[in-house]
Ligand binder design. Structure first.
Ligand code: TYD
Ligand code: MG
Length: 464
């Protein structure tokens, strides 16, 4: 007997309901409920099977992680793929997911591992063509164009299982246990479940490719995000060459690391020093830009923060921000108004993090404030300065972590000074000027009054 009680499934969140409705009760999305065949078979009563319970302090025979040798990929996964783990890679169509994964698969085979690439979207010849273009035609990656999960699992269970299995993409896969169309939530969930069971059983690391919808969700299978061990997203601006690999969830590693790649005519190039890339198109000397010395994961990263402050023609001024948290922008604006005498309520404010990067650190407060005041006052900031520090609601500038790493990166890239919280004075570097600020109003005075009165300076040559 098949349980048919709940067979309308929301294609956005996966919630099931007994009746069709225009709006999903669970997530509020409109027109997403689709009737799907139920997968749950009433199994009748079954006697439990006995299984072995092991002590925690047992020994696992093989190395738990396999690094690919693609450093940016390994960094984001936390040092390589964990055996038997399942990773979901999301990203817009055309961003380079297939390119990245064929390169990673090739890298594994170069290390003597067996890697299988199953494409449900392209024919074997197309995958080959791409590999040729990437100069990987000789790589020992095994290919197939398949969409039936049971066939894939049966084939790979024959003989020694591969170390890596790439499924491109999970939306094209289908399993016989579910009678819905491929691409529906139930199918995707069923197919993913089947592949996850295969991974755990065989020790093969599985990478599932997932498409992303217009609103940035990994399409349909948001449910899959909860089933897999790690979720990575591959991002980038269509017009720009760099691509950022970011961990959204990782059961076996950090989620704050990013990997940076550049899309070239011959595939993805790893970018070992992303600061250079993000600062490469900087317009020196234009008001409203400040360089933020940030940290992404364990790596320092310099990025340009751009602000435009212009008188508004609307009753309610606009606040638009790309790449940063809008509520932090509101907070910095409020502190500028309340404690620094900077009137912004009659101005539209736009803030942008250059290069399509997203920053989550509060340490960007000072850099954002510097860019805003610089734009408002039409006073450009010194081209050789970097900024960082967290701003509190009282207007004080608070210390942030990893000051030394930020300063070293700035010095390495040819910057000569940094505007930093007071506490950072202990980290002064030889030949690098530190201007310490205790409150945001000191920064505002410095920017708006053409850098007078001078800031307290510590170490280095005085640049005045
Ligand atoms: P692809 O990996 O097919 O994207 P996805 O799998 O995420 O849909 O990449 C497609 C894009 O990448 C396409 O616009 C062409 C571009 N590209 C290059 O610029 N250089 C290359 O070497 C390759 C293989 C692709
Ligand atoms: Mg693809």
């Amino acid at each position: 007997m098949v349980a048919r009680a709940q067979n309308f499934v929301c294609q956005s969140c996966g919630a099931a309901s007994a009746r069709w409705a225009g709006r999903c009760d669970a997530c509020g999305a409109w027109n997403t409920l689709v009737e799907e065949g139920a997968a749950t078979q009433a199994r009748g009563s079954r006697k439990g099977r006995l299984f072995v319970i092991e002590p925690l302090k047992g020994q696992s025979l093989e190395a738990p992680r396999l690094a690919s040798g693609v450093a940016e990929f390994d960094r984001v996964t936390g040092g390589g793929l964990v055996r038997g783990s399942v990773l979901l890679l999301g990203g817009d169509p055309g961003i380079g997911k297939s390119t990245l994964l064929i390169e990673v698969a090739a890298a594994y085979t170069r290390r003597g591992q067996r890697a299988v690439y199953i494409s449900g979207e392209e024919a074997v010849a197309q995958v080959r063509l791409r590999a040729e273009r990437l100069g990987l035609a000789e790589a020992a990656v095994e290919l197939a164009a398949e969409t039936a999960v049971e066939d894939i699992v049966a084939t790979l269970s024959h003989g020694k299982p591969p170390q890596l299995l790439v499924i491109d993409s999970i939306q094209t896969m289908w399993t016989q246990t579910v009678d819905s169309a491929p691409g529906t939530v139930t199918q995707v969930r069923g197919a993913a479940g089947e592949l996850i069971r295969f991974a755990k059983r065989s020790g093969t690391s599985v990478i599932l490719v997932g498409h992303v919808t217009k609103d940035g969700q990994i399409a349909g299978p948001r449910v899959v995000e909860h089933m897999v061990d790690a979720v990575l997203s591959f991002e980038g601006e269509g017009s720009q060459q760099f691509r950022i690999l970011r961990a959204i969830k990782n059961r076996f590693g950090p989620t704050d690391e990013i990997g940076v790649f550049e899309m070239t005519g011959s595939g993805l190039r790893e970018v070992a020093n992303p600061s250079e890339l993000f600062l490469s198109e900087r317009e020196l000397g234009s008001p409203g830009t400040a360089v933020f010395a940030g940290i992404e994961g364990t790596r320092p990263l310099l990025v340009e923060i751009q602000a435009l402050v212009a008188p508004t023609s609307l009753g309610t001024p606009r606040r638009a921000v790309v790449g940063w948290d809008p509520s932090r922008l509101s907070m910095v604006l409020a502190v500028l108004e309340a404690h620094c005498g900077v009137r912004l309520s009659g101005h539209d404010v736009y803030l942008n993090v250059a290069g399509g990067l997203r920053i989550a650190e509060p340490a960007a407060d000072v850099a954002a404030a510097a860019a805003l005041v610089s734009s408002l006052a039409h006073a450009s900031l010194p081209a050789d300065a970097v900024y960082f520090g967290e701003v509190s609601l009282s207007g004080a500038v608070r210390p942030v972590a990893q000051t030394a790493a930020r300063l070293k990166e700035a010095q390495k890239l040819g910057f000569g000074r940094a505007i930093v919280p007071d506490a950072a004075r202990t980290e002064a570097l030889q030949g690098f000027a530190l201007s310490t600020i205790g409150t945001l109003s000191e920064l505002v005075a410095d920017v708006a009054c053409d850098r007078k009165p001078p800031l307290r300076r510590v170490g280095g040559q005085d640049a005045e």
